[in-house]
Design a protein. Structure first.
Length: 278
């Protein structure tokens, strides 16, 4: 059941893009989602007059779909709502040069569910997150603020145990440092594939190979521990391959580069699943 005071206004495609279908399915348990195909529809829909969205999400399947004027109109209508832009895999390359829409936090589709966990926890507690950083903040400034902030993983006590895995010692140490900075209890770092008999509650696996080539190993990891959280780090994950990985047993797909906030979201997902398990 979603808290009644949390509402997300989703503007744009929600049903015909694989990536967006995945996002909406993943977040529905945390926030009430109200959909409008266009910005004009959002203004004309009488349902929107009855509530102030916690978050307004502009769903862009391609560059230039939303205009700066749309952002100004939304700010005037709902000045207290946080506005973000979620992009499909077709817009991944554009993200690396910074947000196109001024004053809007741009989030890739694959990171959205994990970050949403942290955003809502921080809104409830009054703490800051990437969602509440100044609108003029650059991406590197947001990363630095999250890394140095004295905010251990206190949103949920007793954080889950974590195994970090990657193809090289350098990469696995980097993933392990992120886990530690996010407040996770790092049990071990593995160079190569995580072992099937791993006992950690969370596996964060930095994949150098394609997702398709590791689907069977993901199934084996899931079969050994049904309530284990498996998060995969990938370069430019696609909607169809991510969907196949989720069907195989992955819990979350994160893109490179990632940061503490996304990892915190994965830890939160894991804790929620552990508390719900028999």
């Amino acid at each position: 059941m979603t808290p009644t005071n949390r509402r997300l206004l989703w503007i744009g495609d929600m049903h015909h893009t694989t990536e967006f279908c995945h996002v909406v399915h993943a977040i529905r348990g945390d926030i009430e989602v109200h959909h409008c195909p266009t910005v004009n529809d959002a203004f004309n829909d009488s349902t929107n007059c009855a509530f102030e969205p916690t978050i307004i999400c502009l769903a862009e399947t391609h560059s230039g779909q939303m205009q700066q004027g749309d952002v100004f109109r939304l700010i005037q209508r709902w000045p207290l709502s946080r506005i973000i832009s979620v992009s499909s895999c077709l817009s991944d390359g554009r993200r690396r040069s910074g947000p196109v829409l001024k004053g809007v936090l741009e989030v890739p589709w694959h990171d959205f569910p994990a970050r949403m966990k942290v955003w809502l926890q921080r809104i409830d507690s009054g703490a800051t997150s990437s969602l509440t950083h100044p609108m003029t903040s650059r991406r590197d400034e947001r990363w630095f603020a999250e890394a140095v902030k004295d905010q251990p993983f206190s949103e949920i006590p007793d954080p889950p145990t974590v195994t970090a895995a990657a193809s090289s010692r350098t990469m696995v140490e980097a993933v392990g440092e992120l886990v530690a900075a996010a407040g996770g209890r790092l049990e071990q770092c593995v160079v190569g594939k995580p072992v099937i008999q791993d006992t950690a509650e969370v596996i964060i696996w930095d994949l150098q190979d394609s997702l398709d080539s590791q689907l069977e190993w993901i199934r084996l990891l899931r079969s050994q521990r049904s309530h284990r959280t498996i998060a995969l780090l990938c370069s430019f994950p696609r909607g169809d391959t991510a969907e196949a990985a989720m069907d195989a047993g992955a819990t979350a797909i994160l893109g490179r580069p990632t940061d503490c906030e996304a990892i915190r979201g994965v830890l939160s997902m894991a804790k929620t699943d552990l508390l719900a398990s028999p």
